[in-house]
Design a protein around this ligand. Structure first.
Ligand code: TYD
Ligand code: MG
Length: 453
């Protein structure tokens, strides 16, 4: 068998016959690592091509799914796990990937499913310790310490589990390659083999993959196209909440979020995110505005804070946390023009409380209102919700799913709504609630009335 040395970029997977300091494909430095391949001449058996079949002759009743019971995880998966599908669970080390996987497996085992948790990172004793923290482990939950793919394949074929979990892909290696576990070629090879195995046996799998902040560790990024579903775990180190977001899903939508809180006994589902994110809000404070956002099909109330203060440096600072910086720059210009205020000598900071990230333009009006409120040092009316998209001329545009947003806000006791004019049929909503004030606005300049009083 011939061996060949090549250099592979550990970030993007680019192959090069010789070492280079900078990867010509992704431009990163010092990412090329030597990997040795054993070249087995490719043998393609004669007549192995499959013949095409008419699509209408295929009997298919829809994919078979089973729910985990951990609602927030089921939600991001699009309603449960599809048989034979491979789900990549990526995230920074220490974010809670092993924890959520173990919790999911405990739920599944409680339902009577035979689950197999394969860990290349922790000993079976360590796994047991974690599981005990999370509850009492059911009998049909099996664990194994295995890092060799060929062994994992044999175990899976003989043991016939209903689902497998592999923690983590960076610790598993295949005998086919000489490179070390965690290298791009091993990660890719193992992920591909696991996917083939799962499809053949119709067993679903969760694969854990570590990613660093810049996504530079070999792995998840290069195998996103191999697996069926890619989930990313997000969260700020100093906040207890964790979000699971679907980046890709062959069997469901990708805009849903799963929200959890890390507690002493594992991850707890956050069923009521609006309450969670507004918990410690300082009411009626200049610069603080509550925004009603939508994440997937779920409305979510978030506090938007702004601080406008005199700048003592030549180029004032404009910093947004949880909001797009470029959009903030644009909104500041629109605000200066429309509201007739001077901001060029001001430092402006915008923060979405709780470390949450807002990506929808519906937050524009809330951001500008917070900035204006901080500028004039007056709080907005109490119990007020603001949303609406702002155009360059200061016009306020309607937003999607306005009714969902309003209902959520009313449920939590908000009474005043500064929203795009005629975006909804207000009379339909008013019915069950008392003392609700809707302030429909067409142009940004109108927000002055609600603050300058
Ligand atoms: P872990 O799931 O091991 O992270 P990952 O697999 O993504 O590397 O989670 C590690 C962190 O979670 C660790 O800092 C401890 C914390 N943790 C809790 O706070 N409560 C718990 O019940 C568990 C199991 C972990
Ligand atoms: Mg782990």
């Amino acid at each position: 068998m011939k061996t060949k040395t090549i250099y592979i970029c550990q970030s993007c997977g680019h192959k090069s016959p010789k070492w280079m300091g900078q990867c010509p494909s992704c431009g990163l430095w010092h990412t090329l690592a030597e990997e040795i391949f054993q070249k087995e001449g490719k043998k393609i058996p004669a007549n192995s091509a499959s013949s095409p079949v008419p699509l209408n002759s295929i009997l298919f009743q829809g994919e078979e799914r089973f729910e985990i019971g951990l609602n927030e995880l089921d939600r991001v998966l699009g309603g449960g796990i599809v048989k034979g599908s491979v789900i990549l669970l990526g995230g920074e080390p220490g974010i809670g990937k092993s924890t959520v996987l173990m919790q999911a497996f405990m739920y599944l085992s409680q339902k009577g499913l035979k689950t197999l948790y394969i860990s290349g990172e922790e000993s079976v004793n360590q796994i047991k310790m974690r599981a005990q923290r999370l509850g009492s482990p059911p009998n049909s939950l099996y664990v194994s310490n295995e890092v060799n793919f060929e062994n994992i394949r044999d175990i899976t074929v003989q043991f016939k589990p209903d689902i497998i979990g592999i923690d983590s892909i960076q610790t598993i290696y295949s005998n086919k390659l000489d490179s070390s576990p965690g290298s791009v070629s091993q990660v890719r090879e193992v992920a591909y083999e696991i996917t083939m195995l799962c499809k053949a046996l119709s067993v679903p799998a969760f694969i854990v993959g570590h990613v660093t902040k810049d996504g530079s560790i070999a792995g998840p990024r290069v195998l996103e196209h191999i697996v069926d579903t890619v989930l990313y775990f997000e969260g700020e180190g100093d906040h207890a909440y964790r979000i699971i977001r679907a980046i890709k899903n062959r069997f469901g939508p990708v805009h849903e979020l799963g929200i959890f809180e890390m507690t002493g006994a594992g991850l707890k589902e956050v069923e009521n995110p609006s309450c969670f994110f507004l918990e410690n809000r300082a009411k009626e404070h200049p610069g603080s505005v509550v925004f009603a956002g939508m994440e997937g099909t779920r409305p979510m109330l978030l506090e938007v804070q702004a601080l406008v203060s005199k700048s003592h440096i030549a180029i004032p600072r404009r910093t947004a946390t949880g909001f797009d910086n470029n959009r903030l720059a644009m909104l500041i210009s629109v605000a200066e023009r429309t509201l007739d205020i001077i901001l060029f000598d001001k430092d402006i900071f915008v923060n979405i409380v709780g470390g949450f990230k807002i990506s929808e333009p519906a937050a524009d009006l809330a951001v500008i209102t917070a900035i204006y409120s901080s500028f004039i040092e007056k709080a907005a009316m109490s119990e007020t919700i603001v949303f609406g998209e702002t155009g360059l001329t200061g016009e306020i545009r309607g937003v999607v799913k306005a009714e969902f947003r309003l209902k959520e806000a009313m449920r939590l006791g908000f009474k005043n709504f500064i929203i795009p004019d005629k975006s909804i049929n207000i009379d339909n909503l008013k019915e069950p609630y008392e003392k609700i004030n809707f302030f429909g606005i067409k142009h940004l300049s109108e927000i002055k009335e609600f603050l300058d009083i």
